[in-house]
Design a protein around this ligand. Structure first.
Ligand code: CP
Length: 302
């Protein structure tokens, strides 16, 4: 079986191929009749053991647009609430013969563990602070759509880099595709190995955003830390929030991105979130096309 566990496993040519496939699927999503029979007879299970709005729904829409049968299972409504382990749960799901299990879990590495224990394809829909590969891919697609290229662009990623799986997949993806990636945020929330990942650690948000073509801001992952050094939300908004004044330092045609959910007024000024430079809802739209491409390439494609 083929799996999508992280962008760390993919070569630049693989990423490019997925983006091209998604670009062709986007056209299907925009038709008045959106359904194609490509994955008829395939079974997809969404196993989401952490909350999600965008990822879960867009995987379900993507699968349904390709005529696969989809089933959703969440932590609260499942026997994981009675103490069943993730691997036991997944083995029981696999015993019902699905073709693909899409998993979101709070533990880094859980999709890889699952892939070793079950007889089905596994897609990582976000594992702890590790990776969120479909998010990284939809972000790459959105940038390429707006900028016409990725190589050579200056991409500023601002916020809680340490605990953000979105940041990790984006750093890996944008570096592999030839962009210059800069990160900035509270010193306690920047991992020590950032240079080894290929990104440049800027000492201030201003430095990171100056001349950037892409500004991506992130939510503080409060659910992954009890750090007493964590700034208050008020301090965070003052020192690390993206405001019109900060955005004015970016390139004149820079785009503004956020993976959602947004904490308005903390990491991002509400007027910017809804303003002309924001491509935040384009990211969500492209999420369906990327997930159609992943499901197709895993279960039906060449
Ligand atoms: N961007 C993202 O993963 O959003 P959800 O948590 O709503 O899926």
């Amino acid at each position: 079986h083929r799996h999508i566990l992280g962008l760390g496993d993919l070569a630049a040519a693989d990423i490019d191929f997925i983006l091209k496939t998604a670009e062709s699927f986007k056209e299907i999503s925009q038709r008045s009749i959106k359904k194609v029979p490509t994955l008829r007879g395939k079974t997809v299970i969404n196993l989401f053991l952490e909350p999600s709005t965008r990822t879960r729904l867009s995987f379900e829409i993507a699968a349904k647009r390709m005529s696969a049968d989809t089933f959703n299972i969440s932590g609260a409504g499942s026997s994981t609430a009675k103490g069943e382990t993730m691997v036991d749960t997944a083995r029981n799901l696999a015993a019902m013969n699905p073709d693909c299990i899409i998993i979101r879990h709070s533990c880094s590495g859980s999709p890889g563990l699952l892939a070793r224990h079950i007889d089905a394809s596994v897609i990582n829909a976000g594992d702890g602070a590790h990776e969120h590969p479909s998010q990284g891919l939809l972000d790459l697609m959105t940038v390429r759509e707006h900028k016409g290229r990725i190589a050579g662009l200056k991409v500023a990623i601002i916020g809680d880099i340490t605990h953000s799986r979105v940041a990790h997949s984006n750093i890996i993806g944008f570096c592999k595709m030839g962009a210059e990636v800069r990160v900035a945020g509270p010193a306690t929330l920047i991992p020590p190995g950032i240079a080894a990942m290929g990104a440049q650690h800027c000492r201030s948000v201003r430095q990171a955003v100056s001349g950037a073509d892409v500004v991506m801001t992130l939510r503080i992952q409060k659910e992954r830390q009890q750090d007493p050094l964590l700034p208050s939300l008020r301090e965070y908004a003052i020192f690390y929030g993206i405001t019109p004044e900060i955005m004015a330092l970016a390139a004149p045609d820079a785009i503004l991105m956020h993976p959602g959910p947004i904490n308005r007024g903390v990491e991002l000024d509400p007027a910017l979130a809804d303003g002309p430079r924001s491509v935040i809802l384009d990211q969500v739209t492209n999420g369906v096309a990327i997930r159609m491409a992943l499901l197709y390439l895993i279960m039906g494609g060449e």
